[in-house]
Ligand binder design. Structure first.
Ligand code: ARG
Length: 235
């Protein structure tokens, strides 16, 4: 919860959804990743303090903000109009498109959404990858609704791809790069969505959104942002 009081520092609880490397994942039981370190650095540059992290399913993050269980969300969350109606966002801190990921050894090598005709497709519930499936594949009649497998997190989706339970998963490009690095899967093509990630806050919490934006500027100017991208994306 957020305690107000002029002059006193306000304590925040952050929410995220691990299983989305390198943004947030569990390593030896610990929550780590780019979002975790970036938000911690941004909050350290503000008058707020972070009391801890709540780990939730991605689709539960906006409800958790709205019912006050968390004050801020850092989860590779794409800023879009639907979400903007429910919550507010910080300025963007990362850009992404959607990767169409398949098994490396498979004979299936699609190069466009049309090539996914009749395929079984997977994504994490509540994500923009799921929106591509619903809005561009199911709606267009390219795949029947029954061919869509919705997962609680992308680790489970990748396991199902490896186990040949699904032909394709649709996932943010930087996260696809992380999964394909040490598994026999590959990105077949990229569907350009031009997404930008922002930190989520409760609708109307302009004070916190403003503090996050100033904090983002601070960590961009002092080299912390660049150091974190080098550490987590190797670039
Ligand atoms: N960028 C996508 C979206 O906003 C996927 C985010 C999934 N994040 C996560 N931590 N699992 O819908």
């Amino acid at each position: 919860g957020c305690q107000s009081g002029s002059g006193d520092s306000q304590t925040l609880t952050a929410g995220t959804a691990p299983g989305f490397p390198p943004f947030e994942m569990k390593q030896d039981g610990e929550l780590v990743g780019f979002d975790v370190e970036l938000l911690e650095a941004v909050i350290a540059a503000s008058e707020y303090e972070l009391s801890g992290w709540e780990e939730l399913e991605f689709k539960s993050l906006i409800p958790a903000l709205n019912n006050g269980n968390v004050d801020v969300v850092a989860a590779g969350m794409t800023i879009n109009d639907d979400r903007d109606e429910a919550i507010d966002f910080s300025d963007p801190y990362y850009s992404s498109n959607q990767a169409i990921v398949v098994r490396e050894s498979g004979s299936f090598s699609p190069s466009s959404l049309d090539d996914l005709s009749g395929a079984t497709v997977g994504a994490q519930k509540g994500t923009t990858g799921e929106s591509v499936i619903k809005d561009q594949l199911i709606e267009a009649g390219t795949v029947p609704e029954s061919n869509y497998n919705a997962y609680g997190n992308y680790v489970l989706a990748v396991e199902d791809l490896l186990n040949e339970n699904v032909d394709v998963i649709i996932i943010d490009v930087p996260v696809a790069n992380s999964f394909v690095a040490d598994r026999p899967i590959e990105s077949a093509f990229v569907h350009e969505t031009g997404e930008q990630f922002g930190f989520g806050v409760q609708s109307g919490n302009d004070e916190l959104a403003g503090a996050l934006n100033s904090g983002l500027t601070t960590v961009e100017d002092d080299g912390t942002y660049r150091d974190l991208t080098e550490k987590w994306f190797g670039q």
